[in-house]
Write a protein that binds this ligand. Structure first.
Ligand SMILES: NC(=O)c1ccc[n+]([C@@H]2O[C@H](COP(=O)([O-])OP(=O)(O)OC[C@H]3O[C@@H](n4cnc5c(N)ncnc54)[C@H](O)[C@@H]3O)[C@@H](O)[C@H]2O)c1
Length: 435
């Protein structure tokens, strides 16, 4: 069976490499030549733990190409893993999915199964299938689509794929269902959920939006904890022991970011609206997150009403640890605010700094946490990298001009901060003062 994966981003590349790991021969196609060149040199264009090692291990089974003729010729199954970013009205932009469909209609030379892995609005698989069959009727080729949404999380993408919590397939024929079952038969640690196409598409949005909601809920409770004197870490721990609630996604902070939750909440909200239904809970999750993102700007302004000329140290730029992805990272609006306020910004991130520098060349990037915080008037923590969590708290007092630490990710235990000579504020917990 010739398997093609169109799109070599987080989803496409990880899917392809994991399918190869399970014994399949896979071709990866992308329109960006630089990515394919890197892949052909054994380098991954994205940072994901364990990915390059797995690429190396399975290199005989994976082909990378920008040639459409080579990619689409004689193919049996095509996985689409291209981006579906947000449009200005909140709906999902499907232009990349349709550009793959156009390539399929031009280059595919026999009947095949097109599996949409990209997160697409409910009904898209059906529409893409109709679109393809209309375009290909003169060639006398039949295309069927199947939904196979992806649930990996960036930072743990390889493990999440090899040991997926579930593999969801949405099909409308036993032919398509059997092909997907055959492809995934080696993924023995994961339950395979086989359903209709609409439900499969909905499982993806409903899951992501529920997680976003959980984060916004705990963030609102955290904000209330601050006012009422409760500790969100204890509250979340106590809640999480209830198996009906679970302990995941109960970490308070400065909001969710990344390439999925922000756009997937807006896309489902939009889709519901055009179908005459207001998703009030999802709307609330979006609003809470927007407010939460700039929480540390309000905090720093309480200490320094004028930010001009202030030395601000930033620890962490990625939207979460383990990734260099900056899409919708809370660091972005915060740093824009600081730059617009004419603060002098120095930043550190172990993997995302290079990407960030392309967008914000005007700030200083440091190699170490020590260099970043030296002589700073305030330090803001945006990502809970292990290096930050393990960085000795007393070093802030030693190196900063004014040891004010505003922690947007609750990296430190309050008792560890006590009597270390720092002014420390976090999310949903009491403030620790210097003296
Ligand atoms: N990133 C995640 O954590 C994640 C998790 C689950 C689902 N998803 C969903 O998966 C989809 C892909 O996300 P991603 O983060 O991997 O995107 P990405 O932006 O990292 O990768 C998309 C890739 O598609 C390529 N591409 C664009 N047009 C193409 C074409 N016509 N043919 C071939 N390649 C083309 C791009 O060059 C890019 O390399 C999105 O719908 C997203 O919502 C993402």
């Amino acid at each position: 069976m010739k398997i093609l994966v169109a799109g070599t981003g987080y989803v496409g590349l990880v899917t392809a490499v994991c399918l190869a790991e399970k014994g399949h021969e896979v071709t990866c196609f992308d329109v960006v030549k630089e990515k394919i060149d890197m892949l052909n040199q054994g380098k991954s264009p994205i940072y994901e733990a364990g990915l390059e090692e797995l690429m190396e291990k399975n290199k005989e089974k994976i082909t990378y190409t920008t040639s459409k003729t080579k990619a689409y010729k004689d193919v049996d199954v095509i996985f689409i893993g291209v981006g579906t970013p947000e449009k200005t009205d909140g709906s999902a932009n499907l232009e990349y999915v349709y550009s793959v469909a156009d390539d399929i209609s031009e280059y595919v030379d026999k009947d095949c199964l097109v599996v949409i892995k990209s997160t697409v609005p409910i009904g898209t698989n059906r529409k893409v299938e109709e679109y393809l069959n209309e375009k290909m009727k003169e060639k006398n080729i039949r295309i069927e689509t199947a939904s196979n949404p992806e649930f990996l999380a960036q930072g743990t993408a390889v493990n999440d794929t090899l040991n997926a919590s579930r593999i969801v397939i949405g099909t409308h024929s036993s032919w398509a269902e059997n092909i997907l079952k055959e492809i995934y038969k080696g993924f023995t640690n994961s339950e395979l959920v086989s359903t209709d196409i609409y439900s499969a598409e909905m499982i993806k949005y409903a899951s992501n939006d529920f997680l976003a909601l959980k984060i916004s809920y705990i963030n609102e409770i955290a904000n209330l904890c601050e006012v009422l004197g409760a500790n969100i870490e204890d509250v979340a721990y106590g809640m999480g022991l209830d198996p009906r609630i679970g302990n995941k996604f109960l970490k308070a902070g400065i909001g969710y970011g990344g390439s999925c939750f922000p756009k997937d909440t807006k896309a489902l909200h939009w889709l519901a609206n055009v179908n005459g239904i207001e998703l009030k809970t999802v709307k609330a999750a979006i609003e809470v997150n927007e407010n939460q993102k700039l929480k540390l700007m309000k905090r720093i302004s309480a200490y320094y009403p004028k930010l001009e000329g202030l030395n601000v140290a930033i620890l962490g730029l990625a939207f979460k640890p383990g990734t260099d992805d900056l899409r919708e990272a809370p660091s972005i609006p915060n740093i824009e605010y600081l730059i617009n306020s004419k603060a002098k910004v120095k930043a550190w991130d172990p993997v995302a700094a290079k990407n960030f520098a392309k967008r914000f060349p005007e700030i200083t990037y440091c190699e170490t946490i020590e260099d970043t915080i030296t002589d700073a008037d305030a330090c803001l923590i945006f990502t809970e990298w292990k290096d930050v969590k393990e960085f000795p708290i007393e070093n802030y007092a030693k190196l900063m001009k004014n040891p004010l630490v505003l922690d947007g990710r609750n990296c430190y235990k309050l008792e560890d901060v006590e009597e270390k000579g720092v002014e420390y504020e976090s999310i949903g917990r009491r403030k620790v003062t210097k003296d």
